[in-house]
Design a binder for this molecule. Structure first.
Ligand SMILES: Cc1ncc(COP(=O)(O)O)c(C=O)c1O
Length: 472
């Protein structure tokens, strides 16, 4: 029988089937279980490992669902051959070692350490509480949820969001000013249509969020990149740009991570008042600040007259939920209803209601407290690992909040070369050049590391490998 000898530990939080699934997946990745090999039958493996057949079946089902393994009728389960590699794996396949590096060859260099930005910790997702909320919605008492809802979103959820934003983010708002959307880009698209797509120019931080830039450009707006200073975008350059709209990430600049100073916030609000400008504030991960006090929103400083505030549940709860929100100044809210009153709401009504119940029950607050703690530890682990292992070979940028950091790598290699070198050592890190309209021609490359989806242990191991890849 094919040797499958995982160390399964019933005391771990992770269920046994997941431990087994991860073990087999990693063995397939690393080539220890070759393509086309038949996996042992459920009965045999369960006898051998002394775990229930359900555990084995669940692990196998997961492997089949993700395409690592395929079922052949009346024959059994076989490891998927290379030419049938699941699509999502293709990017992660080990790059053949050119340097002959033993480490990468032995361990096949599969990307075991993926510092992907935008990933959350899947083990912290409140499965039971979420399931309970969903079950409450899928019930004959809630038949209303089977029909079309309010175009701007369910009132109950909007009221919950408004109350949360007032308390936790200092946003000045009520439920009537909130419009729900299916993610930041969809919400931004609505903002563009609201403000008019006629030859408008919007200023953006440089570097800044490319996901927003593409929406503005697709809506026919031109973008004016405004360089960053230590405390946020340059107001002088903003004025010179003559744009009357600006998109900013003041609580945690994306991707650099700085906080916009209070002086600059007040000046920016003054700029908007004086020129009739509008500020779009994207508060995408304001929940996660690890040192000092949370940074209240820019919108709250102005009673929200010239600021369109935006937020998302992607970082704080679940990216696949696809729920975001806009808080509109009152005068724009009227305009919004006139223009889009006949549009359907893009977020499923059941998901909205489930989120509302989840928030009302206090689970949301508990969840935020719990994950803030987890991400704080991961943030610390990443910082400490980089400081002790890489020392002065890199400069860390944006270390106090959010779910990512940038590394300025003091190396002669390009961004692309650094990423490739890392991949050969089984580490996936990400480019930053796409965040610039005019990427800097001089200086060292910047690499993005997301840490939301990696345990502290994996973070430390990943940084060790990265160090080997870049500096050995
Ligand atoms: C600056 C910024 N805003 C918003 C988002 C979240 O977008 P969404 O709500 O579409 O998940 C991200 C995610 O990467 C981001 O980096």
């Amino acid at each position: 029988m094919l040797e499958i000898t995982p160390v399964l530990n019933g005391n771990r939080k992770e269920p046994l089937y997941l431990q087994l699934y991860t073990y087999i997946k990693d063995e397939i990745y690393s080539g220890n279980i070759a393509p086309s090999i038949r996996l042992p039958s459920v009965r045999k493996l369960s006898d051998y490992l002394q775990v229930s057949r359900n555990t084995i079946e669940a692990a196998y089902q997961q492997l089949v669902a993700e395409g690592y393994v395929e079922s052949r009728p009346r024959s059994g389960l076989y490891v998927t051959p290379m030419d049938k590699e699941p699509l999502f794996l293709q990017n992660l396949l080990p790059v053949p070692s050119q340097s002959g590096n033993e480490w990468s060859r032995n361990e096949a260099g599969a990307c075991l350490y993926d510092f992907k930005y935008g990933t959350i910790d899947p083990d912290s997702f409140p499965y039971a509480a979420w399931r309970k909320a969903i079950n409450q919605c899928v019930h004959p008492d809630e038949q209303e949820l089977l029909f079309y809802g309010e175009p701007i979103g369910e009132y109950g959820l909007r009221a919950q969001i408004a109350s949360y934003l007032r308390q936790a983010r200092g946003v000045s708002c009520c439920a009537e000013q909130i419009v729900l959307g299916a993610g930041t880009q969809q919400s931004l698209g609505m903002v563009c249509q609201l403000l008019g797509t006629d030859k408008r120019k919007i200023a953006m931080e440089e570097p800044g969020y490319d996901g927003a830039r593409i929406v503005f450009e697709n809506c026919g707006w031109s973008t004016a990149p405004i360089p960053l200073e230590d405390d946020g975008l340059s107001l002088e350059k903003l004025e010179k740009s003559e744009a009357k709209l600006v998109y900013v990430t003041p609580s945690h600049q994306f991707p650099y991570g700085m906080v916009m100073s209070i002086t600059k916030r007040l000046k920016l609000l003054q700029w908007a008042r004086e020129c009739g400008g509008i500020i779009i504030e994207d508060d995408y991960d304001g929940e996660f600040r690890y040192t000092g006090k949370p940074i209240p929103s820019l919108q709250g400083l102005d009673a929200g007259e010239n600021v369109i505030y935006m937020g998302t549940f992607s970082k704080s709860l679940l990216p696949s939920l696809r729920i975001s929100y806009i808080v509109l100044p009152r005068r724009l809210m009227e305009e919004y209803k006139r223009k889009f009153g006949a549009y359907g709401q893009p977020v499923s009504r059941m998901q909205q209601k489930a989120l509302q119940l989840f928030m009302e029950s206090g689970e949301w607050e508990r969840h935020i407290r719990r994950v803030r703690n987890i991400y704080h530890k991961r943030n610390f682990a990443l910082l400490e690992s980089i400081k002790t292992i890489m020392q002065e070979k890199v400069r860390i940028i944006g270390k106090d909040s959010g779910l990512h950091m940038l590394l300025e790598v003091r190396s002669r290699r390009s961004e692309e070369e650094l990423i490739e070198a890392a991949e050969k050592y089984g580490v996936k890190v990400y480019p930053t050049s796409r965040y610039w309209v005019h990427p800097p021609k001089m200086g060292h490359p910047f690499i993005l590391l997301g840490f939301g989806g990696l345990s502290e242990e994996k973070i430390e191991q990943g940084i060790r490998r990265l160090h080997e890849a870049w500096f050995s």
